[in-house]
Write a protein that binds this ligand. Structure first.
Ligand SMILES: Cc1ncc(COP(=O)(O)O)c(C=O)c1O
Length: 429
C-alpha cells in the first residue's frame, strides 16, 4: 500500500466527472496527488489514507482558530437547530457588523457577501457609484480574486494581461496596473477618471513583503487629494496580522476594506466595510447589494463567534501568531545557512503567514523568477513527513499550533533540508 493510495484513487474517480478532480485550481497543485481530507481538529488534518498532518495550509488561510474550533461549531450548531436560511435577516448580522465597526479602523458601515471575490466586486462597484468615476488602479502581483476586471497581472503570471483563459478582455479595459511600493509608478497611473486604488496593504500573495516606510501614508495622501478612494483588500491580513487588520498594524486607514477568509473560520463569509459617506450608496439603494446567501445565518453565526473570540483573546492571539511564524522562519533560515536549502522564507512583522521561495522576494519580478517546481519538491517531502504546506509556498499558522507542533515542524524543515542537499537547483528564472 502506498501512502496516498486512497487519495490517488479518489482523485482518479473524481476526474471522470469533476473537472480537474478538484473544485479550485489551487488544490490541483498539491503533489504528489491532491489529497482528499477526512477530518481536521486543532492544528491537524487527516486524509482518507489515515495520514495525519500538521496543518500549515489551513484551507488557504481561513482556519485562523484551527480546524473545527469549538467556539464556532457551538454557535453554528445552535443556529442549525433554528434554521438554515430565511428570506429575512437574522440575529447575527447586526452584532457582527457592530463588532467589525468597533475593531476595524475604517469601518462605519458594513455589507456582507460570501467570498473575497464577491466582496471585491462589491467594493469596486461602491467606489464607482460613490465617485462617479470608472477606472480602477491595481498593483502588479496583487491578487484580488478571480473577477475578470481585477484578475490581471496576478502573482506568478508574467505581463499585465489576463490571469486565466476565458477572461473578458473588455472587463479590464478600465483597470490600470502599476508597481507597488513605488510612488512614481502610482502617480503615473493616475488619471481624472480613477475611482479607486486597490491593494493588499501587505503584499501577501506576491510573496509576503511589507510596504516601504512611508509608502502607504503617501498613497493615502495622494488618493485623498485626488478624490480617489483607497481600498485595502484585507482578505488575508484582516483579523490575522492584528484584530483590526493591516490598517491597525500599519496605522493607515483606507476608505473601503475587503474582509474574507478568517472572518468566517471556514464558513463562506466576506465583508466590505468603510466610511459611512462612501457606503451611503448602498444604504440609500443607489447600489443594489444582491446575493441570496449574503450574511446567511450559519456564516454570520460563525463570523460573530470568530470575531468575538478574537476580540476577547486578542492580547494572547496576536503575539502568539507572530511568534509561531518567527519559529518557522527561523527554521528556514537555519536550513538555508546550515544545510544549503535553497529556499528563503519571507515573513513580515505581526503576520501569521509567510512565503517560501528559492530567492529573496521584494518585487513582482522577484516573484516571477522564483521557481515553484523546485519548491514543490520541498513541499512534497514535508507532506511525506506529515506536515501539510501549500504547494505554492504560502504558509499559515493558527492559534492552535502548540510549541510541540512548531518544534516538530521546524525539525522537519531541517530534516528535509538535509535530505535534499544538492537535489534542488535553487535557480531563479
Ligand atoms: C487578497 C485576496 N483577495 C481576494 C481573494 C479572493 O477570495 P475568495 O477566494 O474567497 O474569492 C483572495 C483569495 O485568496 C485573496 O488572497
Amino acid at each position: 500500500m502506498g501512502r496516498y493510495d486512497k487519495s490517488q484513487a479518489y482523485h482518479d474517480r473524481a476526474r471522470r466527472t469533476l473537472a480537474r478532480g478538484v473544485s479550485s485550481a489551487m488544490k490541483a497543485t498539491q503533489a504528489p496527488v491532491p489529497l482528499c481530507a477526512s477530518h481536521g481538529r486543532g492544528s491537524r488534518v487527516w486524509d482518507i489514507d489515515g495520514n495525519e498532518y500538521l496543518d500549515f495550509a489551513l484551507s488557504f488561510g481561513p482556519m485562523l482558530l484551527g480546524q473545527s474550533p469549538a467556539v464556532v461549531l457551538e454557535a453554528v450548531r445552535r443556529q442549525l437547530d433554528s434554521g438554515i436560511g430565511f428570506g429575512a435577516g437574522n440575529g447575527h448580522e447586526a452584532p457582527l457588523a457592530e463588532l467589525i465597526c468597533e475593531v476595524v479602523p475604517s469601518a462605519e458601515l458594513v455589507i456582507f457577501s460570501n467570498t473575497g471575490t464577491e466582496a471585491v466586486q462589491a467594493a469596486v462597484r461602491v467606489a464607482r457609484a460613490a465617485t462617479g468615476r470608472t477606472r480602477i488602479v491595481k498593483f502588479r502581483g496583487h491578487y484580488h480574486g478571480w473577477l475578470d476586471s481585477v484578475h490581471v497581472s496576478i502573482p506568478g503570471v508574467p505581463g499585465d494581461g489576463a490571469g486565466t483563459g476565458g477572461q473578458d478582455p473588455m472587463a479590464a479595459l478600465y483597470t490600470t496596473t502599476c508597481d507597488w511600493n513605488d510612488v512614481g509608478s502610482l502617480t503615473a497611473a493616475l488619471a481624472d477618471d480613477v475611482a479607486a486604488v486597490v491593494m493588499e496593504p501587505i503584499n501577501v500573495n506576491g510573496g509576503c513583503f511589507a510596504p516601504e516606510p512611508g509608502y502607504l501614508e503617501e498613497v493615502r495622501r495622494i488618493t485623498r487629494e485626488a478624490g480617489i478612494l483607497l481600498i485595502f483588500d484585507e482578505v488575508i491580513t484582516g483579523f490575522r496580522v492584528a484584530l483590526g487588520g493591516a490598517q491597525e498594524l500599519l496605522g493607515v486607514t483606507p476608505d473601503l476594506t475587503v474582509l474574507g477568509k478568517s472572518i468566517g473560520s471556514g464558513f463562506p463569509l466576506s465583508a466590505v466595510c468603510g466610511s459611512r459617506d462612501v457606503l451611503s450608496v448602498v444604504a440609500s439603494g443607489v447600489v443594489n447589494h444582491m446575493g441570496n446567501f449574503n450574511g446567511n445565518p450559519l456564516a454570520a453565526a460563525a463570523g460573530l463567534a470568530t470575531v468575538r473570540h478574537l476580540r476577547e483573546h486578542r492580547s494572547a492571539v496576536y503575539p502568539r501568531l507572530d511568534a509561531s511564524m518567527r519559529a518557522v522562519a527561523g527554521a528556514f533560515e537555519r536550513a538555508r545557512t546550515e544545510h544549503g536549502l535553497p529556499v528563503r522564507f519571507n515573513h513580515t512583522v505581526g503576520a501569521g503567514f509567510g512565503f517560501s521561495s528559492p530567492g529573496p522576494v521584494r518585487t513582482h519580478e522577484d516573484r516571477l523568477r522564483s521557481v515553484p517546481e523546485d519548491y514543490g519538491v520541498f513541499a512534497a517531502r514535508m507532506l511525506a513527513r506529515g506536515v501539510l504546506v501549500p504547494a505554492r509556498g504560502l504558509w499559515y499558522v493558527s492559534t492552535e499550533h502548540t510549541d510541540d507542533d512548531l518544534a516538530r515542524c521546524t525539525a522537519t524543515i531541517v530534516a528535509v533540508a538535509e535530505e535534499l542537499v544538492g537535489q534542488m537547483s535553487g535557480a531563479s528564472r
